[in-house]
Write a protein that binds this ligand. Sequence first.
Ligand SMILES: [Fe+2]
Ligand SMILES: [Fe+2]
Length: 339
Amino acid sequence: MAEISQSESDSTLFTLEQTRSDLMEVDASIRACLNWDYGERDNRIWSLYQKNKKSQWDAETYIDWDYDVRFGAPLDDAYSAGVATFVVGTESPVPKELLNEFRWQYQAWMVSQFLHGEQGALVATARLVETVPDMESKIYAASQVADEARHVEAYAKYIDEKLGESYPINPGLKALLRDLLAESNWDIVYLGMQVVVEGLALAATRLAGSGFGDPIITSITKMIARDEARHVGFGSVALAGLYDGMTSKELDEREKFLLEAIHLMSRRFLLREVWERMDLDVEKGVRFAQTDPMMFGYRQLLFQQVIHLLRQLGLLTPKLRDLFLTENLARPEAFRNLG
Ligand SMILES: [Fe+2]
Ligand SMILES: [Fe+2]
């Protein structure tokens, strides 16, 4: 056998990400799985799949794209931009005269993070098609891939053609996508994507749908929230009962992943990138996002769904509960029956 020269072995380490800032690459060792048992086709996952097929909507034609979105124009109070209305008061890093700009920047940041999260969902769910053992889950995940492609299309079109302002992926979301795409256990990809990322996306799209600054993004977000509700339902049905039979070592691995995932996601809502872009006092902004009662009330609303799903799956361990409490992502009442 010919020896591999130094330059050849170096080239195997070369990644496109090293030269292209628009790419992120993740190496993974996965086990693709085919299944010759095509199932009963009468269970909940098949019926969720049927709903997915019938609920496809086309952003090109379904959304009315005529409205003229003018980035930075004074916002109508009818569109209160959700969390942006919280950024008032003496501790706020945003002076009154910049409140309107903040609302627009916040909207651009939020929609950009939705878009990056949708791409993460697209790629992670495609992974599930290959790796999940059951046929009904493969079929469902494939239909979800098509949903996520439409979500990417809708948000990208809105940013490019209407908003004209965008943000790079938040470092916490990027780190979580890296972690879960490197993961070889299919159920951990589920936990990261279908429970944590999708659970947060569902809550955020529901809250944002009524608070964004124009009718186009409001209707896109409303349509996407409907699809996400089915995706979250799929995660909880597909994983139901799976953890009852796992060893403590396997459960520890899941807990470790979830602790990291939730920690990363909680950092996401400190709006650091927005404070930076607006040239405001970044430390003051982060402190405000961490401590303002309205801001952490908003984060608690977002994490409710994740806590609910983890409880259903039997994964809401004392360590996770402590993390939710120390990072101010939940109130103690959320764990009343947990012991
Ligand atoms: Fe989506
Ligand atoms: Fe989704």
